[in-house]
Design a protein around this ligand. Structure first.
Ligand SMILES: C[S@@+](CC[C@H](N)C(=O)[O-])C[C@H]1O[C@@H](n2cnc3c(N)ncnc32)[C@H](O)[C@@H]1O
Length: 338
């Protein structure tokens, strides 16, 4: 069943129902937050020639045209029913755009055109579209990537993570963050293979998906410099240590390789993006109050706001009880053992 909705300032016809691959034309109302963020980001970055590579109903690309002032937008989807609905949505909003109904990679190689912005919003992993999209992104172009295969990236399906991203992912208290950084590592490595630096400039984990933005800077040396941020991490469930050297406990596990550098530097007037930038001023690998209660055998979990003052930290967006601090676990422990 098709219904009419308003997302942001845009009217859209979309299919109603559970957002699964089996939908006639995919639409997930829970991604409105992420589409609204794209509007704010593109308003700031002002890319000229844009491509909504896997557009479905066109919800994202149409909102970017209507609300972020993008006038040159190309839409594509392999599903002919999506294209029919997209055309109806363009007409409804009085917009004109180039529309294709092709396999995404086939389209990129057939067009052989370069874009200032490419959006990859797939079912699951972005991997099938990475190489072609990176290739046809202009210098300083922006690549936006969604990944919904979070079970693989977070280590719930660790074999899938190794197969797709060539990293070891395991379940642990900050697995949402390590998953995001495994995804970023993979994009950075894919760019580097072709001598492009794909610098991560915005990245978050929200609900069931990861969303990341990269800026392309061609050059082998710049790609090499980014690769230096790729590290293997050691985490110990016994003492809570996280670091690039292991602690002495036999329980210590290895995670990665993953991207350990800065991942949020875009200046956009949005409270969530500002909080991501604030987090990025701290070392990665956040803690949670639940983890501290377990490690230090506390009868109650510490209240996050009180704790932030003690550890001079900030909230980490990955978990409601997550926080970042520059203190290591031994220093945090001393606070609780006083
Ligand atoms: C998650 S949906 C996109 C959602 C959309 N961006 C939005 O904001 O509502 C993924 C889309 O990719 C399309 N798709 C899957 N494989 C494709 C391929 N190889 N080439 C082009 N489109 C493809 C599907 O038909 C589906 O519409």
């Amino acid at each position: 069943m098709i219904k009419e909705i308003v997302e942001g300032k845009t009217q859209l016809f979309v299919h109603a129902g559970l957002p699964t691959k089996r939908m006639e034309v995919f639409y997930n109302p829970k991604k409105e937050f992420d589409r609204t963020l794209s509007v704010k980001i593109l308003k700031e970055l002002k890319p000229k020639k844009c491509l909504d590579l896997l557009c479905a109903s066109g919800a994202r690309g149409i909102r970017l045209m209507k609300e972020a002032g993008i006038s040159d937008m190309t839409f594509n989807d392999a599903n002919p029913k999506a294209i029919k609905l997209l055309k109806k949505n363009l007409k409804k909003n009085g917009l004109k755009a180039r529309v294709y109904n092709k396999d995404a990679c086939e389209l990129l190689y057939a067009l052989h055109e370069y874009f200032d912005f490419i959006d990859i919003d797939p079912f699951g992993s972005p991997n099938p579209y990475l190489e072609a999209s990176i290739r046809f992104l202009k210098r300083n172009g922006v690549l936006a990537i969604t990944a919904t295969d979070t079970a693989a990236l977070m280590g719930v399906k660790s074999k899938a993570c190794f197969r797709k991203y060539h990293s070891i992912a395991k379940r642990h208290p900050f697995m949402k963050e390590s998953g995001l950084r495994i995804l970023i590592k993979h994009v950075v490595e894919t760019g580097a293979e072709f001598e492009y630096a794909l610098k991560p400039v915005l990245a978050h984990c929200t609900a069931h998906y990861y969303r990341t933005y990269f800026i392309k800077d061609p050059g082998a040396k710049r790609a090499d410099a980014l690769l230096e941020n790729i590290k293997c991490l050691h985490y110990c469930p016994k003492c809570g240590h996280r670091g690039y050297k292991a602690c002495a406990h036999k329980e210590s596990i290895s995670i990665g390789p993953l991207y350990a550098g800065n991942i949020n530097s875009l200046h956009v007037d949005d409270e969530f993006i500002k909080s991501l930038n604030a987090e990025d001023a701290y070392p990665p690998w956040h803690y949670t109050t639940t983890e501290l209660a377990r490690l230090f055998k506390l009868s109650n979990e510490p209240a996050t706001n009180e704790l932030l003052k003690k550890v001079k930290g900030v909230r980490a967006h990955y978990e409601p009880k997550g926080f970042k601090t520059k203190f290591d676990i031994a220093r945090i422990k001393r606070i609780f053992k006083k």
